[in-house]
Design a protein around this ligand. Structure first.
Ligand code: SF4
Length: 451
């Protein structure tokens, strides 16, 4: 059973030194209990305590890390069946397949698309995460050559090595160094050798079953070998089977704490159809139902982008609005004569407003006030975007040192605040901006500081 924060606190050194990045041991213990921070972040706990707490506070779906550094991919860590119960922790990873039986140009095209199909939305970089490299012919030389090509060609790709031949897998794994690939292909025929390789290298292991029962046998053997990071393939190669088995595995792990299925799953959409659009549909369904990784046969913008948007929707925390940092943002290189605008820190508002200002090509100062992620009117109604708060924030942001004029443009929806703001900001003129961000470009192009 999971430990409570108080139980964890009893095992901590209680120095309250803050070296873990959290000011007190109690707050740290609560975060460990909530799965928000790893026990290893406290440098003073013994290995024995780490093992005890780590095991007891581990989420029912274990976290598995593939790759290393800033671009490492993490999956699992899930603690609930439905997003509204808490939140889903780690977004489903999207992988593209390359294999030894593909023409060189096809491999290179996939690597290129992996590197270039990247999108930035609401401050988040959205992209595919992994490249799965398949040893189709069982030939070690061809497989290792392809692995090297991907390692060199896509330095930030997280790697899935796919082979059921333990010797080929070992040769490919040797090339990967600290890239920390997933070794995918432990079956009931080779699990002992694959588990030994995973243990020796420290890489996560992918277990593949011909059906759910067979997968459980493979997973149990990998667990018995002492492995802690597994990715599971139930062998499902139809949408219906993949959907059902993902649900069964998640339920067994979450509600029954069934360890052999307490790991993220991988879905091979690429092996379920020859139609790229159908692949996208399959990927979309299993992303909503618990897939840890989805492997696609190719990456195309019109298929990848909607999947990434779905991923963004499902894996944002429903209890926490997305926010940007409170600050004074300069857009298009403003100077002392540029307009000054203010709005809230709800990230959607920020990106829409800043996008319109950027598009208008008018150098501007944009003050972003922390409203805890609430939108303009909601923040105002909740007392987080009142005249007194705005006045304090403007002083803190130092806008008076940046501009010669004294004119502040406020969102059109806050027109009723004008008088109150002018009282709080003596010497400033308050101008009512447009209600809709889309009207900002025309407004700004006409704008001149009040005389
Ligand atoms: S580093 Fe350890 S001892 Fe220091 S505050 Fe954090 S939990 Fe407590």
């Amino acid at each position: 059973m999971a430990l409570t924060g108080i139980q964890i606190l009893k095992m901590l050194p209680k120095k309250n030194c803050g070296e873990c990045g959290i000011p007190t041991c109690l707050a740290f213990a609560m975060k460990v209990a909530g799965g928000q921070i790893e026990i290893g972040e406290c440098p003073y706990v013994s290995d024995e305590t780490k093992a005890t707490i780590g095991e007891a506070s581990a989420p029912p779906i274990r976290v598995v890390k593939i790759g290393s550094g800033d671009t490492a991919f993490k999956t699992g860590g899930e603690t609930c069946l439905y997003r509204h119960e808490k939140r889903f922790e780690n977004p489903t990873g999207i992988a593209v397949l390359v294999s030894t039986d593909m023409a060189e140009a096809d491999v290179e095209g996939r690597i290129e698309r992996f590197k270039t199909l990247r999108y930035e939305r609401v401050g988040v970089l959205m992209k595919a995460d992994l490249i799965a490299i398949k040893d189709s012919a069982g030939d070690q030389g061809t497989f290792t050559a392809l692995v090297q090509k991907v390692l060199d060609g896509a330095p930030d790709a997280n790697i899935i090595l796919m082979s059921e031949d333990a010797a080929n897998m070992a040769a490919a794994a040797k090339l990967c160094g600290d890239r920390n690939p997933l070794l995918f292909g432990a079956t009931d025929a080779n699990v002992d050798d694959m588990a030994a390789l995973a243990k020796e290298s420290g890489y996560p292991l992918g277990c593949k079953g011909s059906n759910m029962d067979n997968l459980i046998e493979v997973s149990e053997k990998a667990l018995a070998a002492g492995l802690k990071e597994l990715i599971l393939d139930t062998g499902a190669r139809t949408l219906r089977a993949a959907f059902e088995e993902n649900v069964v595995a998640r339920r067994a792990a979450i509600t029954s704490k069934y360890k052999p299925l307490g790991f993220p799953t991988i879905t091979f959409a690429c092996e379920m159809t020859d139609d790229l659009m159908m692949e996208a549909m399959i990927a979309s369904v299993v992303m909503a139902k618990y897939a840890g990784i989805i492997v696609l046969s190719d990456l195309q913008g019109d298929i990848l982008f909607p999947l990434l948007l779905e991923q963004l929707n499902i894996f944002t925390d429903p209890q926490r609005p997305m926010v940007v940092q409170e600050d004074l943002y300069n857009i298009n290189g403003p100077d002392e004569n540029s307009p000054v605008l203010i709005t809230c820190n709800f990230s959607l508002t920020y990106f829409i407003v800043s996008g319109e200002i950027e598009g208008a090509n008018v150098p501007s100062w944009l003050l972003i006030k922390d409203t805890e992620g609430l939108s303009v009117l909601t923040a105002w109604a909740a007392g987080k975007f009142g005249a007194d708060h705005i006045a304090q924030f403007m002083k803190k942001a130092g806008i008076e040192d940046k501009v010669k004029h004294r004119e502040l443009i406020i969102p059109g929806y806050l027109a009723s605040m004008k008088g109150e703001l002018e009282e709080e900001l003596p010497g400033w003129t308050i101008t009512i901006g447009p209600r809709e961000a889309g009207h900002l470009p025309a407004f700004l192009k006409e704008w001149k500081p009040a005389a």
